[in-house]
Design a protein around this ligand. Structure first.
Ligand code: 5GP
Ligand code: MN
Length: 385
């Protein structure tokens, strides 16, 4: 007899690179083999949600890697995702489409983009957890830039658009509640110190210089990891599987797992059950038929309202963080300003109260999807910007 477990069956995957058919096929195969139903698929960036050629040309990547992928079939509804799929963005994305969904949204039926940063609540039966995430990769030269590169992206904006911005780090820093899972594309800086650096170097010798100089990974993510201390942190980008356990000074722990890119034979997927009390990645499958539902998080909504005035297309926003060369980490610059934002957020939270706002299934097709009869795609050169 199989024990009935209250929980949520989750699959986590590394970079998709547009291979929707293959990856969703893998999910269905696992479900068949293990006789389980996966409730939720989490994807850690480089997803490539191209609806058509225009989207494909809004992805930054070397020309030889430009390809349509199979997302458009799910966008137009010819194919359907096997389960609720939630993702963040990496450095190879249909950046124009994701920018339309800056605060998060459905990119196709059952496929939800978390936005540039977000915290939402996920519920199935009696199990609830909070999922946070932030898109893009860290490049110091774009960190203090204003948030919203305007359409159409000109020259370097195609890359600037997915670089981590301080506004997202600031928003996440204002979150005081408990976050259970967090998604990022690149890794938190120095995360290798909490796992087997030796094993990592065996698989990736070219990381040696970055590890020695302490530059492997993202400074902002290190900051967020230490502040939010989620139970789990999932990442991708480095194209290698790597596990770590971070023991925080507060006594909390974060299980870190990075996955490889989605290619047959590589370690690109991890399936586990999230239960209320057993916060582990071991396989233990829940059996219940309740639907899985998404809710806005009232604390996050309060943060969005409070920081809205910092969002601007044209002007520089004030510098909110500085790098401490002794501690080798980012710090909030003006403590009094930060306190002001924190207090304003707390006031707004009182207005939101404990209302549970469901994230509506409001997906719509808004642009013509790729036409499979269109054979001009080969040999096309991206437009000049
Ligand atoms: P992407 O798929 O995003 O174009 O590139 C990912 C590749 O870049 C992976 O093969 C990964 O190992 C490599 N990579 C990403 N960040 C770093 C880094 O900070 N240092 C090194 N040495 N390699 C990196
Ligand atoms: Mn990447």
């Amino acid at each position: 007899m199989i024990e009935q477990i209250e929980g949520i069956n989750i699959a986590v995957e590394g970079c998709f690179h547009g291979n929707f058919d293959e990856i969703f096929g893998t999910i269905r195969e696992i479900e068949k083999q293990k006789k389980i139903k996966i409730d939720l698929l989490l994807v850690c960036g480089d997803v490539q949600t191209h609806r058509n050629k225009h989207d494909m040309f809004n992805m930054a990547c070397p020309i030889k890697y430009l390809s349509m992928g199979t997302f458009y079939k799910y966008y137009e509804g010819k194919e359907a995702a096997p389960c609720l799929t939630i993702f963040i963005g990496g450095n190879h994305e249909a950046s124009n489409y994701l920018r339309e969904m800056y605060f998060g949204g459905w990119v196709a039926p059952n496929i939800y983009y978390l936005g540039d940063s977000n915290v939402i609540q996920i519920k199935k039966g009696n199990t609830t957890f909070r999922l946070g995430g932030t898109s893009g990769i860290f490049k110091i030269f774009d960190f203090n830039n204003p948030k919203l590169e305007p359409f159409p992206f000109k020259s370097e904006q195609l890359r600037n658009v997915y670089h981590t911005k301080q506004i997202d780090l600031f928003k996440l820093s204002l979150y005081e509640g408990e976050v259970n899972m967090f998604l990022s594309h690149d890794w938190p800086q120095q995360i290798h110190q909490h796992g087997s650096t030796k094993e990592l170097l065996k698989k990736k010798q070219n990381f040696e210089a970055d590890i020695k100089s302490g530059r492997l990974g993202s400074q902002p993510h290190k900051f967020t990891l230490e502040r939010l201390q989620p139970d789990f942190w999932f990442a991708a980008h480095m194209h290698v599987k790597f596990e770590a356990l971070v023991k925080h000074k507060t006594g909390r722990q974060t299980k870190f797992l990075a996955l490889d890119k989605c290619i047959a034979g590589r370690d690109f997927i991890q399936v586990f059950t999230y239960t209320k009390d057993k916060k582990d990645l071991y396989e233990q499958y829940a059996y219940n038929e309740e639907p899985i539902e998404l809710f806005y998080d009232s604390e996050w909504l309060s943060i969005v309202h409070t920081t809205y005035k910092l969002l601007t297309i044209w002007d520089k926003i004030p510098k909110l963080f500085e790098y401490n060369p002794v501690l080798k980490e980012l710090q909030i610059m003006k403590k009094d300003k930060y306190e002001e934002f924190l207090n304003e957020k707390r006031e707004r939270m009182k207005i939101f109260g404990n209302h549970q706002l469901k994230i509506p299934h409001n997906f719509e097709v808004t642009t013509p999807p790729y036409d499979e009869q269109d054979n001009t795609i080969k040999g096309l050169v991206p437009p000049k910007r």
